[in-house]
Design a protein around this ligand. Structure first.
Ligand SMILES: *[C@@H]1O[C@H](CO)[C@@H](O)[C@H](O)[C@H]1NC(C)=O
Ligand SMILES: *[C@@H]1O[C@H](CO)[C@@H](O)[C@H](O)[C@H]1NC(C)=O
Ligand SMILES: *[C@@H]1O[C@H](CO)[C@@H](O)[C@H](O)[C@H]1NC(C)=O
Ligand SMILES: *[C@@H]1O[C@H](CO)[C@@H](O)[C@H](O)[C@H]1NC(C)=O
Length: 749
């Protein structure tokens, strides 16, 4: 060991100078290095003369329970300070003399394996060891010192611990002591491990603490290991195990399952159909009341006055089933289920779980017509095929578009497929169309039965009476409109035409049609008149004011006599011509005939045929009519005899005897002209004939000879007759040469 002052000297390195007596420096200054060599002149010393230590039973062999300390002041790192420890003696030497072992270099005192084993059986006691420390390492020589180690063997207090139950969420000041361990040996350090890591700690006195609130739901159990260690961190013995059980508190409410998509349940599902299961999770200790969840249906609540509910809930399992109350398709029903823990007891925690149930549609509604009986529909016979007859509306109570699609058919009454149906698949209405020509004669009415069906298969009861609609179609007979035989009529008339002249005759196109009534619409000049029944147009008055070359247009209306609303109008154009020169005969004259008055059954035959060939051609019948003069019409009558002749007779019983010119209008093949039939009316004789010269009467010889025989005797009568004949001869002298044309009516008819 080098003394401290020498170290100092060695460190303060001196300077050497050589100088004369008078102080002159001869050499230097020069540094001088002085080496002081260590010598083993120091004795090692124990830190204590007596070491007392308690040794717990159960200490592992080889684990040092005491570290001896000694010092040597010789130079460190040299053999002079290289110390070795040894046990010199053990007292008592029972049961083995070498119960302890001392590590020579470190001075670490531990039980030998033998010692450890025997110590556990032996009662408490004490051992004294004499220990030595020596320098110079393992060399035999060197300085040495001794000390006493007093070892008291004590009973082990390192005893297994019972599991600790700790309440979660414990409201106490922390750290909170939970247990205590004790290693009865000395120089102990406690060390705690938690598996899994937890808020636990141990202090130097072996007190165990929990340092914060525990949560059972994050960790329900911990395994703590407490180690008793020496100053070098070596375990004296096996660690003590301590189980910490976290006790549950009802600190978790049931947790509802995440809200999923709506649950679809078909309508008409029977009661008891499983809808869903609400399974709320409670994180509290399984099997404890804290996690015992029961369920209650909050919504929908049972409706007032209805029996049963729409949904039933099993309170234990949370299973939701359909109740007795039927549900309508299309409903979205929110279910609210209360989940309560503590088995539903008071104070339990709860959550409200929500589930949406959608009631889906099934095809349980048959389509029906909105009106199954319709007003009868009248269709004119001439309705064109393709015409819309009726539109029938139908409805379907289902919601799903696929279940609303309808199919239509005419089930009955569609004779000869006269009608057809057309519809858009999802429109809900069907059009009844006429497909063929109607005929009143074939079928005056139809009774069509139209049915509607659901395209998709129907669930439940079949279609009701509303699935059938009856359409009655009445066919209307069509009477054609009156029609003229010409598109328009024209006539050319000299402006000098007298009143009553027949201009032309308007006729219907179909002579078989019902009778027509003709009338003039806008004869503003009043020049014309028309025969209502025959369609003959005459001049009503002289055409005063009409100028040659002008046109006069009037409209003529024809009405159906049976149905006056059916009418047709045609235009009639009159072209005015120049008056013919005076020399030209205006009208053909028919030779004079005789008729006697008072009226006998005699008449005058009038021939329709004319001399000019162009007018007389054609084969159609001749029509005869009296001119429009009212007097003529009153006094005379004309009736057809055969196709070409007519018979003119007196209409009145008595007509003034004189010569008459009777206008007769003849029409033939749409041509029309007027004849003036000259008739001499005379007084009748007893024979019913004109009184005239006997000899001139032809065709009646017996009667004339009788007149001759009686002539002489009936002179007075003869004079009287002569007077009359004279009178007649004076008046109608030129006519007496004419042959008698009058014939008895009875022979002619
Ligand atoms: C050793 O320890 C024991 C028990 O503590 C005691 O009785 C004894 O006197 C001690 N011996 C010495 C030498 O100190
Ligand atoms: C239906 O009537 C129209 C007009 O009368 C006619 O042209 C057509 O040929 C008729 N069709 C049938 C199929 O009789
Ligand atoms: C009668 O009516 C037709 C058609 O409106 C017309 O052309 C004609 O000039 C009218 N005639 C008279 C005389 O007003
Ligand atoms: C029509 O009767 C007249 C007079 O009796 C006669 O002359 C004429 O031949 C008859 N015509 C026909 C077509 O019978």
């Amino acid at each position: 060991m080098v003394p401290a002052w020498l170290w100092l000297l060695w460190l303060f390195i001196p300077q050497v100078t050589l100088e004369t007596e008078d102080g002159r420096v001869l050499w230097g200054p020069q540094l001088v290095l002085v080496h002081v060599k260590d010598e083993n002149d120091q004795v090692p010393r124990f830190s204590q003369a007596i070491y007392s230590v308690q040794l717990s039973q159960g200490t592992r062999p080889g684990t040092p329970f005491l570290f001896l300390e000694a010092s040597d002041e010789d130079e460190p790192g040299t053999a002079n300070s290289d110390l070795r420890f040894h046990i010199l003696s053990q007292a008592p030497a029972q049961p083995f003399p070498d119960m302890f072992q001392l590590e020579p270099q470190l001075g670490a005192l531990a039980l030998s394996p033998k010692g450890s084993a025997s110590l556990d059986q032996a009662p408490e006691g004490s051992y004294q060891l004499l220990v030595q420390v020596k320098d110079m390492g393992d060399q035999a020589s060197g300085h040495q010192a001794t000390a006493t180690v007093n070892i008291s063997v004590v009973e082990s207090t390192w005893l297994p611990l019972d599991p600790i139950h700790l309440a979660e969420n414990l409201k106490v000041p922390y750290p909170h002591p939970i247990s205590q361990v004790h290693w009865s040996g000395e120089n102990v350090h406690y060390y705690l491990e938690s598996q899994p890591p937890g808020p636990f700690d141990v202090d130097t006195k072996g007190k165990l603490y929990v340092t914060m609130e525990l949560d059972r739901e994050s960790q329900a159990e911990y395994l703590l290991q407490v180690r008793a260690q020496n100053t070098h961190g070596e375990d004296y013995t096996e660690p003590l195990k301590l189980q910490v059980v976290v006790m549950d508190e009802n600190d978790n409410a049931p947790v509802c399952p995440p809200r999923g998509p709506p649950i679809s349940i078909p309508e008409l599902s029977p009661a008891g159909t499983k809808v869903t299961t609400v399974l709320a999770e409670d994180l509290d200790a399984p099997g404890s009341p804290n996690s015992h969840v029961v369920y209650r249906l909050l919504s929908p609540e049972p409706e007032e006055g209805t029996e049963g509910r729409a949904f039933e809930l099993d309170s234990t399992s949370g299973s939701v089933t359909l109740g007795a109350l039927p549900l309508r398709a299309g409903q979205d029903i929110p279910l609210q289920v209360l989940a309560v823990d503590l088995g539903g007891a008071e104070g339990g925690l709860s959550s409200t779980c929500e589930v949406t149930v959608t009631i889906t549609d099934v095809n349980d509604h048959a389509p029906e017509f909105t009106a199954s009986q319709m007003e009868p529909i009248s269709l004119p016979e001439d309705t064109e095929p393709g015409t819309l007859v009726a539109t029938l509306m139908a409805t379907d109570g289902d919601l799903e578009p696929a279940f609303r699609r309808m199919d239509f058919a005419i089930e009955a009454g569609n004779v000869h497929e006269t009608f057809g149906l057309k519809w858009e698949p999802d429109s809900g209405h069907v059009r009844l169309l006429l497909l063929k020509n109607l005929s009143y004669e074939t079928a005056p009415s139809y009774q069509l039965v139209v049915v509607v069906r659901s395209e998709a298969e129907l669930v439940g009861p079949g279609p009701g009476p509303g699935a059938t609609a009856t359409v009655t179609v009445l066919v209307e007979k069509v009477v054609p409109l009156p029609k003229f035989n010409r598109e328009s009529y024209e006539a050319s008339v000299p402006v000098s035409t007298p009143a009553g002249s027949l201009l032309l005759t308007l006729r219907p196109s179909d002579p078989m049609s019902s009778p027509l009534r003709f009338s003039l619409v806008n004869d503003s000049e009043g020049w014309l008149c028309i025969k209502e029944g025959s369609g003959e147009v005459h001049t009503a008055r002289p055409l005063q004011g009409a100028r040659p070359g002008d046109m006069y247009t009037v409209l003529v209306e024809a009405q159906d006599a049976d149905e006056p609303t059916r009418r047709a109008v045609v235009s009639l154009v009159i072209h005015f011509l120049k008056a013919p020169s005076a020399s030209a005969p205006t009208l053909p004259l028919v030779p004079t005939r005789h008729l006697c008055t008072p009226r006998k059954n005699h008449g005058v035959v009038v021939s329709g045929a004319r001399e000019d060939a162009d007018l007389a051609d054609g084969h159609g019948p001749y029509h005869f009519a009296l001119g429009p003069n009212p007097t003529v019409q009153r006094d005379w009558r004309i009736q057809p005899l055969n196709g070409s002749h007519a018979y003119l007779t007196l209409a009145l019983h008595w007509v003034e005897p004189r010569e008459y010119s009777i206008p007769v209008v003849v029409s033939h093949n749409d041509r029309m002209w007027q004849l003036l039939v000259r008739v001499i009316v005379c007084r009748c004789n007893v024979e019913g004939q004109c009184m005239r010269k006997v000899g001139r009467m032809q065709g009646m010889p017996t009667k004339l000879s009788a007149v001759g025989i009686l002539g002489g005797t009936l002179l007075a009568i003869g004079i009287f007759l002569a007077l009359i004949f004279t009178h007649l001869a004076l008046a109608r002298k030129k006519d007496l040469d004419q042959p008698a044309d009058s014939v008895p009516l009875k022979t002619a008819v």
